[in-house]
Design a protein around this ligand. Sequence first.
Ligand code: NAP
Length: 234
Amino acid sequence: MSRHVIVTGASRGIGAAIAEFFIHEGDRVVAMSRSGDAPDGCAKSFALDVADSRAVNEAVKAAIEEFGPVGVAVVNAGVTRDGLAMRMSDEQWHEVIATDLDGAFYTARATMASMVRARTGSIIFISSISPFVGVPGQANYAAAKAGLVGLARSLAKEVAARGVTVNVVAPGLIDTDMTTDLGAAKDTMAAMIPMGRIGQPSDVAGVVGFLAGNQARYITGAVLCVDGGMAMGH
Ligand code: NAP
């Protein structure tokens, strides 16, 4: 049956690949990003800042009115503003926390009520292996992405009895616009990939699709690393 799937950060990179995965499955995909760009085949697209809780609430409400209860929410929008902690500005810190952690909470909160009412649904947060391995220059990003694990596991316990699963996918180094500008951190991370290659957005999309599917209905509160082996054991 066609699901109503919301994907934040769907304009490009990992989010676009996730949106395309669900479109291919025949689902009605609602894309959200700052630009409002979306892959062909999305049912609707919203241009918004996920750090603006009112904008997120209004968009999710409009999407539910048009497409019904949210079946799957993929909380993927994120930014990096790298810099060594001693030189990191308040603005660098707050921009990443606001987008990657506050925005994730706002999106999950806005989507989960309709799932609880429907007694089914999946929320999938796109974190990162950064908090598990530690990456110099990413204190803000690693803190936000670590926060997603605590957020997801708390939500998972709040809604488990209502048939709603909440999981985390933690990608390693994936070939997108975000990693084009990583600089020295990219070399540090690339040297740590046992599988010897950088991941592709489709590598992440397939795992998200699995977690949202029927075969994964008994998985909740899990963190799945999609990283070519970078974080194993952490
Ligand atoms: P990307 O190519 O830079 O795309 C980022 C996406 O997030 C874009 O769609 C962007 O929208 C959206 N976005 C950013 N800030 C937003 C905001 N305030 N409000 C709404 N949308 C916003 O990044 P990516 O590599 O695909 O990353 C996707 C997710 O995976 C992120 O959470 C990232 O932290 C995580 N991740 C990536 C990697 C990697 O190696 N690439 C590794 C681990 C985790 P616009 O196009 O409108 O700007």
